[in-house]
Ligand binder design. Structure first.
Ligand SMILES: C[S@@+](CC[C@H](N)C(=O)[O-])C[C@H]1O[C@@H](n2cnc3c(N)ncnc32)[C@H](O)[C@@H]1O
Ligand SMILES: Nc1nc2[nH]cc(C(=O)O)c2c(=O)[nH]1
Ligand code: SF4
Ligand SMILES: [Mg+2]
Length: 254
């Protein structure tokens, strides 16, 4: 039996992704948040799940939007996770979102979950930092939608950030070639440099659309965000860029 280490499972709606092709913004989803991540983005809002050894229990929001949780021991059988997915299904679920932490780091469990979800008729939405194309290759065929982060220099996610970006673009290509509806998400901060946005856009041109998502809590002028938008749209095409905000945070839901 394959086991996974999770942070939480909940039923909400996709609060990110803007309006580009492949976005599930505003769609109802069941989120499976994996524990563990090998990057350390300065802005990470899921930091408490980042070290899997410290995540002894996972939580389930049994009543959507209630903020009330039940806690269970990690690791958990994939079968048990599937049981939670079917239990949390409100009959209006667009897709299952696999997020984290970084879901691809538990690739066997992720693949098993995605397979079983597909057998049950669900579409699979992958939320990934895309840093490991060799792992993406193992689940690309099971992925219907994917949001691949482009980690800006200012995320300070890892030492060799340029190599990470190149890997993220390789992952995006793999997912696209496997038939997934894929977009990239660039989280921008007040330290984001416009010449870097130009570099990302040049590499992504013709591969996938991009959403530009200000780091939350927002501490940069919207004018700066729109300058990034302008540069990206002029390079990637006017229909291939969108803003994205973490709207669920404004509504105080998971
Ligand atoms: C927590 S991450 C988990 C998935 C994967 N590890 C990744 O980074 O893409 C989910 C999404 O939330 C975004 N995110 C995390 N913290 C954020 C923040 N403070 N402001 C805006 N976006 C944030 C990430 O960039 C990513 O797109
Ligand atoms: N509502 C909601 N939408 C989301 N989109 C991406 C999320 C994530 O943490 O992966 C997320 C999340 O945590 N909640
Ligand atoms: S890759 Fe995702 S989970 Fe990992 S630190 Fe960055 S935002 Fe957080
Ligand atoms: Mg989140």
């Amino acid at each position: 039996m394959v086991k996974v280490i999770l942070g939480e499972i909940f039923n909400s709606w996709q609060g990110e992704g803007g309006s580009v092709e492949g976005s599930a913004f505003g769609r109802r989803q069941i989120f499976v948040r994996f524990a563990g991540c090998d990057l350390r983005c300065t802005y990470c809002d899921s930091r408490k799940y980042i070290d899997p050894r410290s995540v002894k229990k996972y939580r389930v929001e049994v009543e959507p939007f209630s903020g009330k949780f039940k806690y269970f021991n990690n690791p958990v059988d994939v079968e048990e996770v599937i049981k939670w997915i079917t239990k949390l299904d409100t009959g209006d679920i667009h897709s299952i979102s696999y997020t984290g932490g970084e879901p691809t780091l538990q690739i066997l469990g992720l693949a098993s979950l995605m397979e079983k979800a597909k057998e049950l008729g669900y579409d699979n939405f992958l939320e990934t930092h895309g840093g490991h194309p060799h792992l993406i290759k193992k689940i690309a065929y099971l992925t219907d939608y994917a949001s691949v982060d482009i980690k800006d220099e200012s995320a300070n996610a890892t030492k060799d950030w340029r190599k990470l970006v190149v890997n993220e673009i390789a992952s995006t290509k793999i997912l696209k070639e496997a038939g997934a509806k894929v977009y990239v998400k660039l989280v921008v901060t007040r330290e984001t440099r416009i010449e870097n946005v130009r570099w990302y856009a040049e590499m992504l041109k013709g591969i996938a659309p991009m959403v530009i998502q200000p780091k939350e809590p927002m501490d940069m002028p919207i004018k700066k965000v729109m300058d990034f938008y302008n540069v990206a749209a002029k390079i990637m095409g006017k229909k291939n860029v969108s803003l994205s905000f973490q709207v669920h945070k404004y509504l105080g839901v998971l």
